[in-house]
Design a protein around this ligand. Sequence first.
Ligand code: NOJ
Length: 569
Amino acid sequence: MQTEKWWQKAVVYQVYPKSFQDSNHDGIGDIRGIIQRLDYIKTLGVDVIWLNPIYKSPDIDGGYDISDYQNINPTFGSMADFDELLSKAHAMGLKIIMDLVVNHSSFQHDWFQKSLASSELDNDYRDYYVWRDPVDGHEPNNWGSFFSGPAWTYDEKSGQYYLHLFAKEQPDLNWDNPKVRHSIFDMMNWWAAKGIDGFRMDVISLISKPDGLPDAPITGDSIFGNPGPVVSNGPHVHQYIREMNNKVLSKHDWMTVGETTGMNVNDAKKYANIDGSELDMLFQFEHVGYDGDTNAAQGHFSGYTPKLKDIRDSIVKWQTAFDGTGWTSLYWSNHDQPRAVSWFGNKAPEYRELSAKMLAALLHFLQGTPYIYQGEELGMTNNDAFQSITQYRDVETLTLYRQTVEQKKLTSSKEMLDYLRIHSRDNTRTPMQWDTSSNAGFSDSTPWLETNPNYQAINAKAALDNPDSIFYFYQKLIKLRHQLPVITDGTFKLLPDNEQDDHIFAYTRTNSETTLLIIANFTSDTVTRDYDVPKAAQLLIQNYTDDQETTIRPYEVKVYQYPTKSLKK
Ligand code: NOJ
């Protein structure tokens, strides 16, 4: 391994500001709310906070539609509030990384307004976005938006279409225009001067569009092509990221994580290059993306349950491919995914805590940088109280529902609502559950999105009062990562015979000094396995109070530690 970087030992806590803590009684989380909760984050023991977008935005897509990259959304506070958050976090030894959303801007961004304004197609800002003439009176190609519907919107005034891979209010920036790139790099350096510690880069693998914008493959019942395969890893993406690295990233001791869709290990290595010429690590979606028939009309929204074998195969593949040649991120959930315990674990009262701890340990002993999504450390669950489409706020959820249920009648409302309770992005966006007071202590006004009613039982106060809580289990895992070098540098190996096991995920991490053996039951069945644990092994952490050696109980996880040279028993 090359010289260790600070982010290789770090654990990141993801804060979704809108749902974290309201301080000004409007039912929406804000920056001063985050300041109030810094002690809580520090107690957990993490090193870095990743803030979802807090920039000025009409908030069509949870702030991923930015209208001013150098201003704070007034709903979240002011730039002075941000400066205070940054300096208080730094004083507590916490770093802050921001979200960089530059595949697209908001339609309300000055650049797009200027791009739209002129009937002259050659005005200075026209070329900041991707405009094309109609072909045979319709869209320039067959691309669909990732939020469903066409990826092109027609502008009457100029008689051209503009491209938006997401909502129509999120026009794609034209990275082929050097002026766009330089404006973005200047903006990034402006944030650097404020002292931030890095960026999470939204859909960064989509920034370079393929020459000629060819049609995309049509899948399932869709009338639009899925642009994913044709717009990911475009022809100039590495050139542009290297330029960004040269002009911005290389000048700062930052951590950078690129969000990339549809990534394979070989392509991923080009971005998360060990020589530091591009980004430090990526978010890829393979292990969380096994969600059934993506050809179906409702895409990945389905009742499918993920299989241990798929998840394990994917984790093994990425752990092995990156060992010594790159770095990866580790996560189960985020603001776009279901709650980890609902999707991969078991939210039934008797299993919720056990399965949340099992998932935590399984992930935190892997190589990479772990990310904890707010509330995951409490075992927060999807919101089963969402029973009507009127309770949802997420643009993807609402667009998909409109398309599949109301317009095309491809699925019934009941069926879609069942899927939404599993997959809607609003499941992880419900307010953070702090205590048993009204609205879970998130706000004393009606929250922008309903609180999960289970906050009476699942909340931070209860967790902090209980030494056996999921919270303290995470705290212990984070401490171990800081203390034991093997968690950062050890080689990953799946136990022999584990590839086909339907219940257990068991692996080792080994360096010259220490070996860790992680055994995790992914199911509610009790099973028997003999893993030939060396005599010298000590139990480092577990989620039951006793050890039964060969019997592995529902969602049990145990981690043994022994000297690498110790003899087998
Ligand atoms: C990925 C973000 O995580 C998601 O929330 C957003 O909708 C899309 N990118 C578009 O910016």
